[in-house]
Design a protein around this ligand. Structure first.
Ligand SMILES: Cc1cc2nc3c(=O)[nH]c(=O)nc-3n(C[C@H](O)[C@H](O)[C@H](O)COP(=O)(O)OP(=O)(O)OC[C@H]3O[C@@H](n4cnc5c(N)ncnc54)[C@H](O)[C@@H]3O)c2cc1C
Length: 571
């Protein structure tokens, strides 16, 4: 194919999730000419599907809210969360410069607010954890502000996004959609108002358009170009080259929709994706060809259990229901393995994650995969299953039987074992204490905080995370693992991709899920992913600006380019 002439930019950003959007906006605001390239037909990637939560320590929005945070505490928390799997310089960069990035983007016009009612996951457990102030989510915003670009945003049709996270919590949590204010949601939908991940995308795209950033859809980057040892452009799959004078930022998300790669890199049988089908790990090949190193975060805790909900419209995105933070938080549910045995606190999914990796030497198979969600009619009457209102009929793609023994037979689970497990569990539910796994003891509550709100007073179980599984019919469905990638490109504290020989590759950056999360290691905390992607998107742009031979002091936001004083103060 004849090559087209190259278009010339200062910076080329690949991917339009939070990582790419923040790198592109920061670079444009710093005066660089930016091209933002997206492989899919719409902008937003996995970020559009997200709840839109950002975790940023010691931030000014919390301070305005009366929540005084402290950098030492932030660092203690991230260090604890990382479990020894972090890179100190990158961790320090996230901890100390996340708040700076937040202020920078706020000055650009992106609006976030503190999510009241959401604690740090390990509050009461980890040093430095806080009850409030570090979790942020986007202000509602109108898609109509995007003019002709409004049709180019990926908006998941099957999950409402017209609300803030605080509202979801006030309305009873994500497990209780029947109690949400549907009238308000409907009105906002008519008005084009969005919250959650889609609002994140709209805020950033609006600011990019106002700065004349060239955004291109269906522009899949296939490889990088190089001259004199420096990455100087990206080549699309149609052979077109887009030149980047200062650098290329890979923000292509994970590899979740590349089934073979995901099963191989995660080592968890039965993997299912929860992200759009354009997330196929292209960065590993693209940067691998240039000698990039990768890292795996072993023991990554961000593994969810869930199942695919059959599509209503063929053109919809696959919908992965994160049972880990929905059904499994509610009473009248248990999760069992093939032997019909429980293997952890279902209401705190991170407790199950190490058990999913357990392997039986003699049987030559995983001990707890496959695993199954089991629930009864009490659950079906009172709680939402797979986004349906509480009390709605359980869909026919879920197995059911009038005894647990028979249900086990349908699922390939030892029925006698399942019945014995349920009997023991029911005893715990009546006492209010799970003597095997302490279900309900973890203080992090998120959506389950008010699990019994509006469910009537008439309950005979004293612990809101426990409830007997005893009323027929009994239901069961296989749960599949899915995670926010454990493997990615190795990057340094400036988001530069590191070469096999240990030095950064000049002109090549990776942010978001394309990069290994060595800033927070194994730790899963809601908002780490978006918060750190936004931080490193900003830091990549700062690095290219500072290195740029033609950078003029006095460019926009010079006053916001805070030096590393915070890091220095920590010695
Ligand atoms: C239901 C759900 C809720 C979540 N909630 C939260 C939350 O509240 N907080 C949080 O921190 N995390 C959350 N997450 C995780 C979070 O969504 C992701 O980790 C994050 O969005 C990743 O951002 P990213 O920019 O790295 O990648 P993405 O947002 O996935 O964007 C990557 C983009 O790159 C494009 N691309 C890929 N290959 C190419 C190529 N070759 N050329 C050009 N473009 C390419 C893709 O099409 C895509 O648009 C949630 C995830 C799910 C599924």
């Amino acid at each position: 194919m004849a090559k087209q002439p190259a278009a010339n930019y200062d910076i080329v950003v690949v991917g339009t999730g939070i990582a790419g959007l923040s790198a592109a906006l920061a670079a444009a605001e710093m005066g660089d000419r930016v091209a933002l390239l997206e492989k899919g037909k719409k902008l937003g990637g996995g970020t559009s599907l997200s709840y839109g939560g950002f975790w940023i320590g010691n931030n000014h929005l919390a301070e305005q809210d009366g929540e005084k945070d402290d950098l030492e505490q932030v660092l203690s928390y991230i260090r604890y969360m990382s479990g020894g799997y972090s890179d100190e310089a990158k961790m320090l960069a996230y901890a100390t410069r996340g708040a700076e990035a937040l202020r920078f983007f706020e000055a650009c016009g992106v609006r976030l607010h503190v999510t009241r009612g959401l604690t740090d996951h390990y509050w009461g457990v980890a040093p430095g954890a806080r009850a409030a102030g570090r979790h942020l989510d986007p202000d509602l915003t109108s898609i109509r502000t995007l003019g002709p670009w409004q049709d180019k945003i990926f908006i998941p049709r099957d999950q409402p996004t017209e609300m803030t996270l605080e509202e979801v919590i006030e309305w009873g949590g994500i497990t209780d959609p029947a109690n949400w204010n549907w009238e308000l949601i409907g009105k906002r939908r008519q008005d084009g108002m969005l919250g959650r991940g889609t609002a994140v995308v709209v805020h950033f795209v609006r600011e990019l358009l106002s700065r004349n950033v060239d955004i291109r859809i269906e522009a899949a980057v296939a490889r990088l170009t190089e001259s004199n040892g420096r990455i100087d452009g990206a080549e699309l799959d149609n052979g077109e080259v887009v030149r980047a004078r200062k650098g290329v930022v890979l923000a292509t998300g994970g590899y979740d929709s590349n089934h073979e790669m995901a099963e191989h890199l995660e080592g968890l049988p039965g993997w299912l994706t929860q992200f759009p089908d354009t997330l196929t790990g292209d960065h590993l090949r693209i940067a691998g060809e240039r000698g990039a190193q990768t890292r795996t975060i072993h023991h990554n805790f961000s593994v969810f259990l869930g199942f695919h909900v059959p599509k209503v419209h063929p053109e919809d995105n696959i919908l992965f229901r994160q049972a880990s933070i929905c059904e499994m938080l509610c009473p009248h549910t248990i999760v069992v393995n093939r032997d019909g045995r429980r293997f952890g606190d279902e209401a705190y999914f991170q407790a199950l994650v190490p058990r999913l990796r357990e392997y039986d030497m003699n049987k030559r198979r995983h001990v707890n995969l496959p695993c199954f969600l089991i629930f009864d009619q009490q659950y079906a009457d009172a709680f939402s299953f797979a986004y349906r209102p509480a009390g709605a009929p359980i869909p026919d793609w879920v197995a059911r039987a009038d005894t647990l023994e028979k249900l086990g037979g349908l699922l390939g689970v030892d029925g006698a074992g399942l019945a014995t497990t349920a009997e023991r569990f029911n005893g715990f539910a009546r006492k209010g204490v799970d003597e095997d796994f302490r279900r309900g003891a973890a203080s992090w509550t998120l959506a389950s905080a008010e699990v019994w709100k509006n469910k009537g007073e008439n309950r005979d179980e004293p612990n809101p995370r426990l409830g007997t599984v005893r009323v027929a019919p009994f239901y069961g469905i296989e749960l599949h693992p899915s995670c926010f990638v454990s493997h990615g490109l190795l990057t340094d504290a400036n988001a530069q991709v590191v070469h096999q020989r240990g030095k950064p590759i000049p002109g090549l950056y990776a942010v978001g899920n394309a990069a290994a999360h060595t800033e927070y290691g194994i730790g899963y905390q809601a908002g780490f992913s978006l918060g750190s992607a936004m931080t490193f998107g900003y830091l990549a742009a700062c690095h290219m600006r500072d290195l740029a031979p033609n950078h003029k002091p006095g460019d926009a936001h010079e006053d916001l380019a805070f030096p590393d004083t915070a890091a220095r103060n920590l010695g």
